[in-house]
Design a protein around this ligand. Structure first.
Ligand SMILES: N[C@@H](CCC(=O)N[C@@H](CS)C(=O)NCC(=O)O)C(=O)O
Length: 217
């Protein structure tokens, strides 16, 4: 299998966590600016140009959630990231949507805004994104009380989504210290070996973070 992505990209990391959790063999195709051929190959494969993309023989899978779903079906390992029980799986998928839509999406909006030239910036949209991050953390904090992982007892697809979302979320719009359960969960995610490996993989690229990567983490 080949995974097209970038080591500093949150959604690439989401898929990498699943691959690392199960020790699934794959080849990483790094979409780095100094390898235009790999980028051109990726852009031909997926004109939307959002990564990661997984290629397994003749099969191509886009979207990090779908990649993890695909791995669960076609390359299952000891770590089951989506429970067999359909009702428990529903909770996992619901939390996965929560982290993508209400943490990662506003987080990316703030970062992409910072990458634009001053005249193209969208202060109103950034204000909405910051407010969404606050609301998401306010919901997540009591949800995480007494829980180790976001859905059910085991590490799951929802935690694959949560790890980069909260990691970069706190860099982008610092999570209020009063949300102690969210901070404790974020720290558990960073300590998880599969995500710790992603954090290390992304470390050399920290100067690319437009808001200035903090010294922490
Ligand atoms: N909905 C996609 C989002 C993927 C995404 O936003 N990827 C970012 C990197 S983290 C990307 O491709 N950015 C490049 C760009 O927007 O040009 C998924 O779940 O995989």
């Amino acid at each position: 299998m080949k995974l097209y992505g970038h080591p500093f990209s949150s959604y690439t990391q989401k898929a990498l966590i699943a691959l690392y959790e199960n020790g699934t063999p794959f080849q990483f195709r790094n979409l780095s600016p100094d390898d235009p051929d790999t980028y051109a190959e990726f852009a031909r494969r997926w004109p939307i140009r959002k990564f990661p993309v997984l290629v397994d023989g003749t099969r191509q899978v886009m979207e990090a959630t779908s990649i993890i779903e695909y791995l669960e079906v076609h390359h299952p390992g000891p770590a089951r990231l989506i429970p067999d029980d359909p009702d428990k799986a529903l909770d996992v998928r619901m939390l996965d949507r929560f982290f993508d839509n209400y943490v990662s999406t506003p987080q990316q909006k703030i970062v992409f805004n910072a990458l634009r030239k001053e005249s193209d910036r969208d202060p109103y949209g950034v204000g909405e994104a910051r407010s969404m991050l606050d609301t998401a953390c306010a919901w997540l904090d009591p949800h995480m009380a007494g829980r180790e992982w976001a859905a059910g007892d085991a590490f799951s697809l929802a935690d694959c989504a949560a790890a980069p979302a909260l990691f970069y979320g706190d860099w982008t719009h610092p999570i209020d210290r009063k949300f102690a359960n969210v901070h404790a969960y974020r720290a558990r995610l960073i300590a998880r070996p599969s995500f710790a490996r992603c954090v290390e993989g992304g470390r050399p690229y920290r100067p690319l973070f437009p808001l200035g990567a903090p010294d922490q983490d």
